[in-house]
Design a protein around this ligand. Sequence first.
Ligand code: GLN
Length: 480
Amino acid sequence: MMTRSAVEIRGDVAAGRTSPSAVCAATLERLDRQAGRFNAFITVAHDRARAKARELDRDPALAGRPLAGVPVAIKDNICTRGVRTTAASRVLEHHVPLYDATVVERLEAAGAMIVGKTNCDEFAMGSSSEHSAFGPVRNPWDTGRTAGGSSGGSAVAVATRLVPIALGSETGGSVRQPAALCGVVGLKPTYGRVSRYGLIAFVSSIDQVGVFGATVADVAACLQVIAGRDPREATSADVPVDDYIAAIEGGAQGLRVGVPNAWVGAGLEPGVRQAFTDSLDVLRGAGADLVDVELPHSEYATATYAVVVMAEASSNLSRFDGVRYGARAPHADTVDALYSRTRALFGDEVKRRIMLGTYVLSAGYYDAYYLKAQKVRALIRQDFERAFERVDVIATPTSPTTAFRLGERLEDPVQMYLADAFTASANLGGIPAISVPCGFAAGLPVGLQFMARAWAEPVLFRTAAAYERLTAWTTHAPSV
Ligand code: GLN
């Protein structure tokens, strides 16, 4: 039984062919049955989903809303009122928010039903969804492999067609990389496009909410609902929201597609290289112009990203001190003991980042690391500005490899960070990027990434949808 696309479900609900309660019941039934298999969910929101379904059933006027009766899953670092929100951490294991994130509020106002909270790396720190206090997420194409991360549970929820749409968060590739490794579409919007009110902060100069869907049209429909200024969130920009749904009709004819050959040349798995080359041929065949572009500083993206991320993470996570939020260590006689015993609950990766971040921000090292990283970040941004004078989008593989084995990179943080080699520069540049399925290598999905200039989500949707129609890779799903 395959859940249909959000666009189809919404059409059926509007035409009275099905009811939100029927969709909700079928989704929860499958979720309960499959929940353990891939460990994609931390919490199932039975009551909240059913209550929303009943509300939609009762009021026929709601059937016309853009996501009426569409079940969605939400990454567990996005706050849901009355539904536990853990960020996959022991520190927030019993944390029940008093308010909804703006994105959650907007989804429900559009008629969507929140069915559960998805598993991820602790505080979104990771590339494999193994750094979770609730155990690793498994890849539905091969359960011995990771789903990617950090939003692995959301990627799996969509890949298994349990829900057509799921939200994740992006700091360095946490939506696009798991989308690629699980064979679904994943979007990271422009910095400031989507409100982060209610997203648990990790790297405030980068974090953005992102969208997973099985099709490009569903991702566009979801962004249409969640994008736009939020008076409660100062970094959400007052930039008009385009018609993303109309944008998917554009086609590839005449698109200028930049390919940073020098950058993507190195370190690609052969199967990924083949799928990438084939997809460029498809675009060329459909009338796109391929242009060689240079992004000379992108090779420093991973290192630059690491410094910025650790610094801001160490500062953001200082709020988890046992006093204000989440867990509080018992029997502490002094404030220092309270802090250190409470923080002992953090997992290894979170501790590593807090310590490294504190180091790069400390007196004497600030200039050598943090300031330097900010300068390289400016150069990465300038590279993009220059490239986008000549092209509409830039294409790269999303990830240098397909899904790696569980455990394979846990002891080697640098290998883990290199999973973001092609994704992190868009985050540092603040620009939007999308990953679309582009084939398989040894039975595992491969993702194709397109990046565009800030606020140019429409051209991303146009390119991704054109490619989707030309290849039909998004119709492939794992058998579960
Ligand atoms: N893998 C990256 C990291 O570990 C990205 C995480 C993210 O985008 N949230 O920081």
